[in-house]
Write a protein that binds this ligand. Structure first.
Ligand code: UDX
Length: 437
C-alpha cells in the first residue's frame, strides 16, 4: 500500500513510522519547512521512546520519507491519512477543524480514483461527512471514499500501543474503504489484532467515548481517594478491590493530581460541545470535567497544607512537571496549577523534570524568571522546606531518602503519585503526605 500521512505531529509521525514498519510505503507531509528539514536530517522533533530508531530504520529501508510537496506524492496514494492538529478553538471549546478542512481542500484535485481519505485526527461526529463534501465539491468526478480511523495511542508507549493494540477501530460507509483499511492493517490482524469495522459516525464517536470513559475512571478514583483520606481507608486497597471485578477492570484506577495531556482535557470538552450541538445530555462527562478542574486547582493547597498551611518564604522542590512520565508534553499538566499556587502563596519553587523543562518554561507563571530549574532531582531539593512529586518518572521512584533528608531544610514529602511506602519514608524521619491513604 502507498500511504501518505498529512501532518508530522505526534500522531502522524508515530503512525507513519509504524505503517512503514509494517512494510507499507509511507510519505509524511508537513507544511512546516523546519520540521521536514529536521526529519530529513534524522532529527525527531518529539520525545517518544523508540521513535528515532523506528524512523531511522524505515528511512534506511526506503519505506519512509518526508516531503513538503503534497503534489509530488498524492497522485500515487492508495490511502491518505489526515493527522493534523484539532486543538480546542479559542472562545467556544469546539474542536478547531480548520486544519482538517484545509487538508481536504488541498488534496482534492490531486487524488487518484479509488483513493481512501482517512481521518486519524480526533474529530467530532460528522467531520467525515464534511471532508467528503469538500472533496466532492472540488473534484466532482473523482471516485473516492472517506474513512475514520481514530488512534488510541498513549504518549510514552505509542509504538507498543500501535503494534499491540487492544483493538483497531475503523469507520467506513462503503465496501471499497473497508477493503483498503483491512489491507492496511492486515500485518496486525494476521497477528491476531482485533479490527472493528463500523460506520463512520460511530467510529468518530468511539474515540471521544473512550477518552471520556477513561477520564471518568480517573476522576472517580480521585474522588474516592479524597473520601479514603477522610474515612481512614487506603485507596489502593479500594482500587484493587473494585478493579479485580472484570466488569470494572484494574487499569486507569490510579489516583493522582488529576489528568492532563493533549487528549483527555480537550476531548471531554469537545464531546460536551457535540452533545450540546445535538441537544443530548452528558451530565456525567460534565461532572468529570468539573471534578478534574477542581482537583488540579486543589493540589497546590494540599502541598501548602503539608507546609503547615503557610508557604510564604518557604522553598518547595517540585519533582516532575510533565502531565505524565516518559513525555516532554506539558499540555494541561496539573503541575501548572500547582506551581502557580505555590508561587502565588509566596513560595520559592525549585523544579526538575527529565524531559519537560524546555516546554515548561514557555508556560505563563512557569518561566525561568518565576521558578528555578535544576539539573537533577537532588539539586532541586537543596534547602527545601518541602518536596512534591507531581509526575511518576522512574528516577523519582527510588530516591536515596537519607540523602534527600540531608539536602532539605525540613523533611516534608508530598507524594501525589503514591510512589512510596509510608513506612519507609516515615522511618527516614519525613512527614509524608500521599493520595488517598
Ligand atoms: C490518552 C489515552 O490513553 C489514549 O488512548 C488516547 O489516544 C490519548 O489520550 P495519553 O494522554 O497519552 O493517552 O495518556 P494516559 O496515559 O492515558 O494518561 C492521561 C492522564 O491521566 C495523565 O495525566 C495521567 O497521569 C492520568 N492518569 C492515567 C491517572 O491519573 N491515573 C491513571 O490511572 C491513569
Amino acid at each position: 500500500m502507498r500511504i501518505v500521512m498529512i501532518g508530522t505531529g505526534y500522531v502522524g509521525l508515530v503512525s507513519g513510522a509504524c505503517f512503514a514498519d509494517f512494510g507499507h510505503t509511507v510519505t509524511c507531509v508537513d507544511k512546516d519547512q523546519s520540521k521536514i528539514d529536521a526529519l530529513l536530517n534524522g532529527e525527531i522533533p518529539i520525545f517518544e521512546p523508540g521513535l528515532d530508531e523506528l524512523v531511522a530504520n524505515n528511512v534506511a529501508a526506503g519505506r519512509l520519507s518526508f516531503t513538503l510537496d503534497i503534489a509530488e506524492v498524492l497522485p500515487e496514494a492508495d490511502a491518505v491519512f489526515i493527522a493534523v492538529g484539532t486543538p480546542t478553538r479559542r472562545g467556544d471549546g469546539h474542536a478547531d477543524l480548520s486544519y482538517v478542512y484545509a487538508a481536504a481542500e488541498e488534496m482534492a484535485p490531486l487524488l487518484r480514483d479509488g483513493a481512501v481519505v482517512v481521518d486519524k485526527s480526533t474529530v467530532p461526529v460528522g467531520t467525515g461527512d464534511e471532508v467528503e463534501k469538500i472533496i466532492a465539491k472540488t473534484a466532482p468526478d473523482l471516485k473516492f471514499s472517506v474513512a475514520s480511523n481514530p488512534e488510541f495511542l498513549r504518549e510514552g508507549a505509542a509504538i507498543d500501543d500501535f503494534a499491540k493494540p487492544d483493538r483497531i477501530v475503523v469507520g467506513v460507509n462503503d465496501d471499497h474503504a473497508k477493503e483498503v483499511m483491512e489491507a492496511i492493517y492486515r500485518p496486525l490482524t494476521s497477528n491476531g489484532a482485533l479490527l472493528i469495522v463500523m460506520n463512520r459516525r460511530a467510529a468518530e464517536l468511539t474515540k471521544y467515548a473512550a477518552n471520556a470513559f477513561l477520564a471518568t475512571k480517573i476522576s472517580f478514583i480521585n474522588e474516592m481517594a479524597d473520601l479514603c483520606e477522610k474515612v481512614g481507608a487506603d485507596v489502593r486497597d479500594v482500587a484493587h478491590g473494585i478493579g479485580t471485578d472484570s466488569r470494572i477492570g484494574s487499569r486507569f484506577l490510579m489516583p493522582g493530581p488529576g489528568y492532563g495531556g493533549s487528549c483527555f482535557p480537550k476531548d471531554t470538552l469537545a464531546l460536551l460541545k457535540t452533545a450540546e450541538q445535538f441537544d443530548a445530555q452528558q451530565a456525567i462527562v460534565e461532572a468529570v470535567v468539573k471534578s478534574n478542574d477542581d482537583r488540579k486547582a486543589a493540589m497546590g493547597g494540599k502541598v501548602i497544607d503539608a507546609l503547615s498551611g503557610d508557604a510564604a518564604g518557604k522553598t518547595v522542590a517540585v519533582l516532575g512537571l510533565t502531565f505524565k512520565a516518559d513525555t516532554d508534553d506539558m499540555r494541561d499538566s496539573p503541575s501548572i496549577d500547582i506551581v502557580r499556587a505555590l508561587t502565588a502563596a509566596g513560595a520559592t519553587v525549585r523544579a526538575y523534570d527529565p524531559e519537560g523543562m524546555e516546554q515548561a518554561q514557555k508556560i505563563d507563571g512557569l518561566g525561568a524568571d518565576a521558578i528555578t530549574y535544576c539539573e537533577d532531582a537532588y539539586s532541586a531539593m537543596e534547602g527545601a522546606d518541602g518536596l512534591v512529586i507531581i509526575t511518576e518518572w522512574k528516577p523519582f521512584r527510588a530516591l536515596d531518602l537519607a540523602k534527600v533528608k540531608d539536602l532539605m531544610a525540613a523533611p516534608v514529602m508530598v507524594d501525589l503519585r503514591n510512589l512510596y511506602s509510608r513506612k519507609d519514608v516515615e522511618a527516614n524521619g519525613f512527614t509524608y503526605v500521599a493520595v488517598g491513604r
